[in-house]
Design a protein around this ligand. Structure first.
Ligand code: G
Ligand code: G
Length: 254
Protein backbone atom coordinates (compact mmCIF):
# COMPACT_ATOMS: atom_id res chain seq x y z
CA UNK A 1 0.00 0.00 0.00
CA UNK A 2 1.44 3.37 -0.96
CA UNK A 3 1.41 6.41 1.32
CA UNK A 4 -0.92 8.03 -1.18
CA UNK A 5 -3.60 5.35 -1.01
CA UNK A 6 -3.37 4.87 2.75
CA UNK A 7 -3.77 8.64 3.21
CA UNK A 8 -7.14 8.33 1.51
CA UNK A 9 -8.44 6.11 4.29
CA UNK A 10 -6.59 7.85 7.12
CA UNK A 11 -9.37 10.36 7.75
CA UNK A 12 -12.09 7.70 7.74
CA UNK A 13 -10.06 5.38 9.95
CA UNK A 14 -9.43 8.06 12.57
CA UNK A 15 -5.66 7.81 12.13
CA UNK A 16 -5.22 11.58 12.14
CA UNK A 17 -5.02 13.81 15.17
CA UNK A 18 -4.04 17.31 16.16
CA UNK A 19 -1.55 18.22 18.85
CA UNK A 20 -1.49 21.69 20.36
CA UNK A 21 1.65 23.59 21.28
CA UNK A 22 1.16 26.52 23.66
CA UNK A 23 2.50 29.98 22.88
CA UNK A 24 3.57 32.07 25.84
CA UNK A 25 3.47 35.73 26.77
CA UNK A 26 6.71 36.47 28.62
CA UNK A 27 5.22 39.46 30.42
CA UNK A 28 2.77 37.50 32.56
CA UNK A 29 3.56 33.89 31.58
CA UNK A 30 0.06 33.36 30.23
CA UNK A 31 -0.81 31.26 27.19
CA UNK A 32 -1.71 33.64 24.38
CA UNK A 33 -2.29 31.06 21.69
CA UNK A 34 -1.51 27.57 20.50
CA UNK A 35 -0.41 26.01 17.25
CA UNK A 36 -2.33 22.99 16.00
CA UNK A 37 0.06 20.40 14.57
CA UNK A 38 -1.12 17.48 12.49
CA UNK A 39 -0.13 13.89 13.28
CA UNK A 40 -0.80 10.69 11.39
CA UNK A 41 -0.62 7.36 13.19
CA UNK A 42 -0.08 5.03 10.27
CA UNK A 43 -1.19 1.44 11.00
CA UNK A 44 2.09 -0.05 9.69
CA UNK A 45 4.61 2.79 9.69
CA UNK A 46 3.77 4.37 13.03
CA UNK A 47 3.67 8.09 13.62
CA UNK A 48 4.40 10.09 10.50
CA UNK A 49 5.39 13.76 10.38
CA UNK A 50 3.52 16.23 8.19
CA UNK A 51 6.87 16.88 6.52
CA UNK A 52 6.55 13.37 5.05
CA UNK A 53 2.89 13.28 4.10
CA UNK A 54 1.85 16.89 3.31
CA UNK A 55 3.81 16.76 0.02
CA UNK A 56 2.09 13.44 -0.80
CA UNK A 57 -1.27 15.01 -0.06
CA UNK A 58 -0.47 17.99 -2.26
CA UNK A 59 0.76 15.85 -5.15
CA UNK A 60 -2.21 13.49 -5.03
CA UNK A 61 -5.02 16.02 -4.80
CA UNK A 62 -5.80 15.23 -1.18
CA UNK A 63 -4.56 18.42 0.43
CA UNK A 64 -7.89 20.23 0.39
CA UNK A 65 -9.63 17.35 2.15
CA UNK A 66 -6.80 17.18 4.66
CA UNK A 67 -6.83 20.94 5.21
CA UNK A 68 -10.57 20.86 5.76
CA UNK A 69 -10.16 18.06 8.27
CA UNK A 70 -7.60 20.11 10.22
CA UNK A 71 -9.81 23.20 10.17
CA UNK A 72 -12.89 21.34 11.37
CA UNK A 73 -11.00 19.34 13.96
CA UNK A 74 -9.47 22.50 15.43
CA UNK A 75 -12.77 24.39 15.48
CA UNK A 76 -14.67 21.45 16.99
CA UNK A 77 -12.02 21.35 19.73
CA UNK A 78 -12.46 25.10 20.31
CA UNK A 79 -16.22 24.51 20.51
CA UNK A 80 -15.64 21.77 23.14
CA UNK A 81 -13.38 24.03 25.16
CA UNK A 82 -15.88 26.88 25.12
CA UNK A 83 -18.73 24.51 26.07
CA UNK A 84 -16.64 23.12 28.94
CA UNK A 85 -16.00 26.62 30.28
CA UNK A 86 -12.34 26.64 29.28
CA UNK A 87 -11.98 29.84 27.36
CA UNK A 88 -9.17 28.97 24.96
CA UNK A 89 -6.79 31.46 23.37
CA UNK A 90 -6.73 31.60 19.55
CA UNK A 91 -5.79 28.34 17.85
CA UNK A 92 -3.41 28.65 14.95
CA UNK A 93 -3.63 26.26 12.02
CA UNK A 94 -1.06 25.89 9.25
CA UNK A 95 -2.19 26.63 5.71
CA UNK A 96 -0.74 24.82 2.75
CA UNK A 97 -0.06 26.20 -0.69
CA UNK A 98 -3.00 24.27 -2.16
CA UNK A 99 -5.50 25.74 0.26
CA UNK A 100 -4.49 29.27 -0.67
CA UNK A 101 -4.47 28.38 -4.35
CA UNK A 102 -7.90 26.75 -4.35
CA UNK A 103 -9.62 30.11 -4.39
CA UNK A 104 -12.18 28.63 -2.04
CA UNK A 105 -10.46 29.19 1.27
CA UNK A 106 -12.53 32.10 2.52
CA UNK A 107 -15.80 30.26 1.91
CA UNK A 108 -14.52 27.10 3.61
CA UNK A 109 -13.37 28.99 6.67
CA UNK A 110 -16.55 31.02 6.91
CA UNK A 111 -18.64 27.83 6.64
CA UNK A 112 -16.65 25.97 9.29
CA UNK A 113 -16.82 28.88 11.71
CA UNK A 114 -20.58 28.91 11.20
CA UNK A 115 -20.89 25.13 11.58
CA UNK A 116 -19.07 25.13 14.89
CA UNK A 117 -20.51 28.48 16.00
CA UNK A 118 -17.05 29.75 16.78
CA UNK A 119 -16.17 33.43 16.70
CA UNK A 120 -13.45 34.21 14.10
CA UNK A 121 -11.25 35.71 16.82
CA UNK A 122 -10.54 32.17 18.06
CA UNK A 123 -8.86 31.27 14.79
CA UNK A 124 -5.42 32.21 13.56
CA UNK A 125 -4.07 31.14 10.19
CA UNK A 126 -0.36 30.53 9.87
CA UNK A 127 1.28 30.55 6.48
CA UNK A 128 4.89 30.73 5.49
CA UNK A 129 6.39 33.51 3.43
CA UNK A 130 7.01 30.99 0.68
CA UNK A 131 3.36 30.04 0.48
CA UNK A 132 2.17 33.63 0.55
CA UNK A 133 4.69 34.73 -2.07
CA UNK A 134 3.76 31.95 -4.49
CA UNK A 135 0.89 34.08 -5.70
CA UNK A 136 0.99 37.33 -3.72
CA UNK A 137 -2.00 38.91 -5.42
CA UNK A 138 -4.32 35.97 -4.79
CA UNK A 139 -2.96 35.64 -1.26
CA UNK A 140 -3.48 39.32 -0.52
CA UNK A 141 -7.10 39.33 -1.53
CA UNK A 142 -7.99 36.20 0.45
CA UNK A 143 -6.04 37.23 3.52
CA UNK A 144 -7.67 40.65 3.40
CA UNK A 145 -11.12 39.04 3.44
CA UNK A 146 -10.17 36.67 6.25
CA UNK A 147 -8.69 39.47 8.29
CA UNK A 148 -11.85 41.54 7.75
CA UNK A 149 -13.82 38.57 9.07
CA UNK A 150 -11.79 38.78 12.30
CA UNK A 151 -9.46 35.84 11.72
CA UNK A 152 -5.85 36.54 12.72
CA UNK A 153 -3.01 36.00 10.26
CA UNK A 154 0.50 34.91 11.23
CA UNK A 155 3.52 34.60 8.96
CA UNK A 156 5.60 31.58 9.98
CA UNK A 157 9.17 30.50 9.23
CA UNK A 158 9.90 34.22 9.03
CA UNK A 159 13.33 35.12 7.74
CA UNK A 160 13.85 31.95 5.72
CA UNK A 161 12.27 33.03 2.46
CA UNK A 162 12.00 35.97 0.20
CA UNK A 163 10.18 38.59 2.22
CA UNK A 164 9.13 41.92 0.99
CA UNK A 165 8.38 44.25 3.86
CA UNK A 166 5.57 45.80 1.85
CA UNK A 167 3.92 42.40 1.59
CA UNK A 168 3.98 41.84 5.31
CA UNK A 169 1.51 44.67 5.66
CA UNK A 170 -0.50 43.65 2.63
CA UNK A 171 -0.92 40.12 3.94
CA UNK A 172 -2.74 41.61 6.94
CA UNK A 173 -0.52 39.70 9.34
CA UNK A 174 -0.67 40.63 13.00
CA UNK A 175 2.14 38.30 14.01
CA UNK A 176 5.44 37.12 12.59
CA UNK A 177 6.98 33.90 13.83
CA UNK A 178 10.76 34.01 13.78
CA UNK A 179 12.03 30.75 12.35
CA UNK A 180 13.53 28.15 14.64
CA UNK A 181 16.78 28.10 12.66
CA UNK A 182 17.62 31.60 13.94
CA UNK A 183 16.78 30.70 17.53
CA UNK A 184 18.97 27.58 17.40
CA UNK A 185 22.10 29.55 16.69
CA UNK A 186 21.32 32.35 19.11
CA UNK A 187 23.74 31.26 21.82
CA UNK A 188 26.69 30.54 19.58
CA UNK A 189 26.42 32.91 16.66
CA UNK A 190 26.60 36.66 17.33
CA UNK A 191 25.34 37.37 13.84
CA UNK A 192 22.15 35.47 14.61
CA UNK A 193 21.59 37.78 17.54
CA UNK A 194 21.79 40.78 15.25
CA UNK A 195 19.40 39.20 12.75
CA UNK A 196 16.88 38.16 15.39
CA UNK A 197 17.09 41.51 17.11
CA UNK A 198 16.46 43.27 13.79
CA UNK A 199 13.47 41.07 13.03
CA UNK A 200 11.93 41.86 16.41
CA UNK A 201 12.48 45.58 15.90
CA UNK A 202 11.12 45.36 12.36
CA UNK A 203 7.96 43.62 13.55
CA UNK A 204 7.39 46.16 16.28
CA UNK A 205 8.01 49.12 14.00
CA UNK A 206 5.41 47.73 11.62
CA UNK A 207 2.93 47.32 14.47
CA UNK A 208 3.21 43.53 14.41
CA UNK A 209 3.78 41.09 17.23
CA UNK A 210 6.93 38.96 17.14
CA UNK A 211 6.98 35.38 18.37
CA UNK A 212 10.12 33.25 18.56
CA UNK A 213 9.57 29.59 17.67
CA UNK A 214 11.68 26.64 18.75
CA UNK A 215 12.90 28.12 22.03
CA UNK A 216 14.64 25.30 23.88
CA UNK A 217 17.01 26.80 26.45
CA UNK A 218 17.03 29.31 29.28
CA UNK A 219 19.84 31.15 27.58
CA UNK A 220 17.87 31.54 24.32
CA UNK A 221 14.95 32.79 26.37
CA UNK A 222 17.07 35.40 28.14
CA UNK A 223 18.66 36.60 24.92
CA UNK A 224 15.25 36.96 23.29
CA UNK A 225 13.90 38.83 26.30
CA UNK A 226 16.86 41.17 26.21
CA UNK A 227 15.99 41.96 22.61
CA UNK A 228 12.39 42.74 23.49
CA UNK A 229 10.73 39.56 22.24
CA UNK A 230 7.48 39.11 24.16
CA UNK A 231 6.00 35.93 22.68
CA UNK A 232 7.62 32.51 22.54
CA UNK A 233 6.91 28.88 21.72
CA UNK A 234 9.10 25.85 22.11
CA UNK A 235 10.23 22.73 23.93
CA UNK A 236 11.60 24.88 26.79
CA UNK A 237 8.00 25.14 28.07
CA UNK A 238 6.14 22.47 26.27
CA UNK A 239 6.11 19.97 23.45
CA UNK A 240 2.99 19.77 21.31
CA UNK A 241 0.28 18.31 23.59
CA UNK A 242 -2.80 16.19 22.99
CA UNK A 243 -6.10 17.92 23.63
CA UNK A 244 -6.61 16.42 27.10
CA UNK A 245 -3.19 17.52 28.31
CA UNK A 246 -3.74 20.94 26.76
CA UNK A 247 -7.07 21.21 28.62
CA UNK A 248 -5.39 20.36 31.91
CA UNK A 249 -2.66 22.93 31.30
CA UNK A 250 -5.20 25.68 30.58
CA UNK A 251 -7.23 24.77 33.67
CA UNK A 252 -4.13 24.63 35.89
CA UNK A 253 -3.11 28.08 34.79
CA UNK A 254 -6.30 29.74 35.93
O1 G B 1 4.90 19.09 14.12
P1 G B 1 6.07 18.95 13.20
O2 G B 1 7.36 19.54 13.64
O3 G B 1 6.28 17.53 12.75
O4 G B 1 5.64 19.76 11.88
C1 G B 1 6.47 19.80 10.79
C2 G B 1 5.94 20.77 9.78
O5 G B 1 4.64 20.39 9.32
C3 G B 1 5.83 22.17 10.31
O6 G B 1 6.53 23.02 9.45
C4 G B 1 4.37 22.47 10.28
O7 G B 1 4.15 23.79 9.85
C5 G B 1 3.80 21.50 9.27
N1 G B 1 2.43 21.17 9.68
C6 G B 1 2.03 20.67 10.87
N2 G B 1 0.70 20.53 10.91
C7 G B 1 0.22 20.98 9.72
C8 G B 1 -1.08 21.12 9.15
O8 G B 1 -2.11 20.84 9.78
N3 G B 1 -1.16 21.60 7.89
C9 G B 1 -0.07 21.95 7.17
N4 G B 1 -0.25 22.42 5.93
N5 G B 1 1.18 21.85 7.67
C10 G B 1 1.33 21.38 8.93
O1 G C 1 7.09 25.41 10.90
P1 G C 1 6.26 25.24 12.10
O2 G C 1 6.38 26.34 13.11
O3 G C 1 4.82 24.95 11.88
O4 G C 1 6.91 23.98 12.84
C1 G C 1 6.41 23.48 13.99
C2 G C 1 7.27 22.26 14.30
O5 G C 1 8.33 22.59 15.17
C3 G C 1 6.46 21.18 14.94
O6 G C 1 6.75 19.98 14.32
C4 G C 1 6.98 21.13 16.36
O7 G C 1 6.95 19.81 16.84
C5 G C 1 8.40 21.65 16.20
N1 G C 1 8.87 22.32 17.39
C6 G C 1 8.15 23.05 18.25
N2 G C 1 8.92 23.54 19.24
C7 G C 1 10.17 23.11 19.00
C8 G C 1 11.42 23.28 19.68
O8 G C 1 11.53 23.95 20.71
N3 G C 1 12.50 22.68 19.12
C9 G C 1 12.42 21.95 17.99
N4 G C 1 13.54 21.39 17.54
N5 G C 1 11.27 21.75 17.32
C10 G C 1 10.15 22.34 17.82
Amino acid sequence: LTLESSLRSAIDNLELSLLYQPQWDMQDHSIIGMEALLRWEHPQLGELSPVEFIPVAEASGQMLALGDWVLNQALSQVRHWIDDGVNPPPVSINLSMMQLRSGDLVRHIRNSLRTWQVDPSYLQLELTEGIAMEDPIAATSQLQQLSALGVRIAIGDFGTGYSSLAHLKRFHASLIKIDRSFIEGLDTDPENQIIVSSMITLAHNLGLQALAEGVETESQLQTLRAHGCRYMQGFYWSHPLNSDTMTRLMCDMR
